[in-house]
Design a protein around this ligand. Sequence first.
Ligand code: 57M
Length: 360
Amino acid sequence: MLLYLFDILSREYSVFNVFRYLTFRGICGVLTSLSICFVLGPLMIRKLSHYQIGQTVRQDGPPTHFEKVGTPTMGGSLILISVLLSTLLWADLTNRFVWVVLFTCLSFGVIGWVDDYRKLVDKNPRGIGARNKFLWQSICGLGAALFLYLSAQSDIELSLIVPIFKEVAVYLGPFYIVLAYLVIVGSSNAVNLTDGLDGLAILPTVLVAGGLGIFAYATGHSVFAPYLAIPYIPGTGEVLVFCAALVGAGLGFLWFNTYPAQVFMGDIGALALGASLGVVAVAVRQEIAFLIMGGIFVIETASVILQVASYKLVGKRLFRMAPLHHHFELKGWPEPRVSVRFWILSLILVLIGLATLKIR
Ligand code: 57M
């Protein structure tokens, strides 16, 4: 929004030209969402506690979690408000990528909100139910995928880019919709599964959003894209502002979610954040790099699949409990040790993902 204002002002005062730069608006995006979180965070936690919107904890989980009963949850609303306001303020609102990313973030947030609301306020432990949740995720994921498919302006926008190999791009045609759908819905559920320890999901989300922001900037840059041998897709650079807002909001949320957490994000946060990362990866055509950078989410999801498969096939559990973070907790690792070690792995994976930009 402010872009138009500064555009007009810069005709009179050249100092306002600085706001036209994406990188500068990205920095403003981080600081704005971070500030909103800092200002609204304590207020929101007080309100959630006041209305007793507190977490219920399953009795079959690690015993260390029993004392978390009643921790305010649905704190993801703080993240969504900050990301939304910051993006609306600093991004170019005529950009189609900005709108599809915002749509995905908010629509998955609404699904999570309804689920949380039913569980916590209506006291219905099933929430909206797994099937219903998946149905709505599919509708919203397909909506975003279809929009990107129909608005694509070149074949490269519908191709799978293979990192490391220069100029390897597989044209997907309509299969693009399937891939985009799988990435968005899969990523949403993977982040949701990971969100089971204080700070565990949010910092990797911040790191991956930062990595994808760099990809978005480079992909939308007519000089950097050919220099790095990645496809040039005009307009994707603007997604950097959204990623930056996500980084700021995520750090602001971590302030309150770090061990011992004062608030959990709830499904409203987890589903929205995962879907947002997925749709950004699709928009900037970096699904494979995203798979590497978001490796922590992939490993957590794989641990659940392997655990269920192993139990069904040979009647034995591979892990003490899935997702993987529970396995380490049950081995006796203190919760912060599990989270911090997963963060370190996540940082390494993001760096490897970013390195694919240069190794070509
Ligand atoms: C959500 N939710 C947390 C919080 C958070 C198929 C199966 C693997 C599904 C999985 C599952 O239900 N996952 C989805 C995980 C819950 O956190 C809430 O949920 C939101 C995210 N959706 O924001 O509102 C609990 O996690 C802890 N937590 C923190 N700090 C945080 O910042 O400590 C969350 C955020 C909170 C809190 O204790 O209550 C969750 O874990 O429930 N199911 C499981 O993960 C279960 N695993 C399982 O059944 N494994 C089986 C099979 C199916 C693979 C096995 O290993 O044999 C475990 N989850 C729990 N207890 N809590 C099992 C036992």
